[in-house]
Design a protein around this ligand. Structure first.
Ligand code: FAD
Length: 377
């Protein structure tokens, strides 16, 4: 990737900056963190504005450089986060773009890009998290539909989602990885029950999803029957490789704010704190370079990120926790107040080393696929 920007890329940046400067002041105030229906409406409205301005499909259609410029400029300007659109825009949509039929792309991608359809991810089960291939939700073919029964857990945004990227077992007799199928399930289908789970930070951002003989049309299958594990690897490589990219820019901004606060309240005199903030600055700069590398590598190898995603996920999730630990040190006793945004972010940062595959699992992937070490039991 050539890191020198062309005149056309600089023009894209300038146009985007101008548009953000006009658009952001017209946004309504963001809704309360725990009000998911209101957050859905807010996030969908923002996605619709991006779409109308020609930026709705940047994550998919633009060149890697334009995508990175988009992430940099939107984060720097403090534009809303993808929020409830995370799954649709950043991993279900890209999976459908890579693996779906032309009809499926036509049917599902437009509504995602226009902010009309929210997606959630039904992968994890009570007995299948890290060991995802042991999932047991079963789907039995009945005419032109699959009849799905089972339970999913930790399904983010399930309460407000229209669609679910769902993993089911279609061949219980086959070796574990070979009997799985990837389906798009409408969340309003009869037999779907969503029970929200409250987190440490007080918000019900994810849920248990119970499936009782839910009929999912066979036309909603992405990829072949029993080839869902391969499709899942595509989804996870988007989720780990590029989905968190924009957050790195936001972390760099937060780090600057933490340093400014430390200068203002006297904590800056502490050399240990200063050294920690300096190290984090270097860390986030390196992570942004890794994002650039991952995005351009994905473009070069046909659009799907490689194992660089696991390197990024492993280090980014830890650096984010260290950032908010440093913020808490600067805040002092004020860090105990849950109404302080940095405090809420600190609590939610604990989940980053678990969600999308734990740090231990990323290390296993790197050990086996990059270093060629023997497989763990
Ligand atoms: C905020 C958040 C949002 C999430 N959103 C979703 C979602 O929308 N959809 C969805 O499907 N899932 C979601 N998840 C679930 C997430 O994918 C799982 O929590 C994760 O894969 C870990 O699975 P588990 O919780 O069952 O833990 P377990 O797999 O039971 O792991 C427990 C511990 O054992 C360790 N461990 C397990 N196996 C190994 C091994 N082979 N080697 C070394 N250590 C090991 C793990 O690293 C972990 O520390 C979300 C999780 C979080 C925290």
């Amino acid at each position: 990737m050539d890191l020198a920007y062309t005149a056309a890329e600089e023009e894209f940046r300038a146009r985007l900056r101008d548009w953000l400067a006009d658009a952001l002041p017209t946004l309504p105030p963001p809704p309360p963190a725990g009000d998911w229906p209101a957050r859905r409406a807010y996030d969908s409205d923002w996605q619709r504005r991006l779409y109308d301005a020609g930026y709705g499909n940047v994550h998919r259609d633009a060149s890697p450089t334009l995508r990175l410029i988009f992430l940099e400029e939107t984060e720097k300007a403090g534009a809303p986060y993808v929020g409830a659109n995370f799954v649709g825009l950043l991993h279900a949509g890209p999976t459908i773009a890579a693996e779906g039929t032309p009809e499926q792309r036509e049917r599902w991608l437009g509504p995602i890009l226009r902010g009309e359809a929210i997606w959630c991810q039904g992968f994890s089960e009570p007995e299948a998290g890290s060991d995802l291939a042991s999932l047991r939700t079963k789907a039995v073919r009945d005419g032109d539909a699959y009849v799905v029964t089972g339970q999913k857990i930790w399904t983010s945004h399930a309460e407000v989602a229209d669609w679910c990227e769902l993993l089911v077992r279609t061949d219980p007799g086959a070796p574990r990885h070979r009997g799985i199928t990837w389906l798009a399930m409408p969340m309003d289908a009869p037999g779907v029950t969503v029970r929200p789970l409250r987190t440490l930070a007080g918000s019900a951002e994810f849920a248990e999803v119970f499936l009782d003989e839910v009929r999912v049309p066979a036309a909603n299958r992405v990829g072949e029957e029993n080839d869902g594990w391969r499709v899942t690897m595509v989804t996870l490589s988007f989720e780990r490789g590029t989905a968190f990219a924009g957050e790195v820019v936001a972390c760099r901004r937060t780090l600057d704010e933490v340093a400014a606060r430390a200068r203002a309240n006297g904590r800056w005199d502490d050399p240990v704190l200063r050294r920690g903030l300096g190290r984090l600055h270097a860390e986030f700069t390196a992570l942004w370079r890794l994002v650039q590398w991952n995005v351009s590598e994905a473009a070069a190898i046909g659009g799907v990120p490689g194992t660089g995603g696991s390197v990024f996920k492993l280090r980014y999730s830890q650096a984010r926790q260290e950032l908010y630990d440093a913020a808490a040190e600067v805040l002092g006793p004020g860090a105990l107040d849950l109404s302080v945004p940095w405090t809420r972010e600190r609590l939610s940062s604990l989940s980053y080393t678990i969600a999308a595959g734990t740090s231990q699992i990323q290390r296993n992937i790197l050990a086996e696929r990059v270093l060629g070490l023997p497989k763990g039991r």
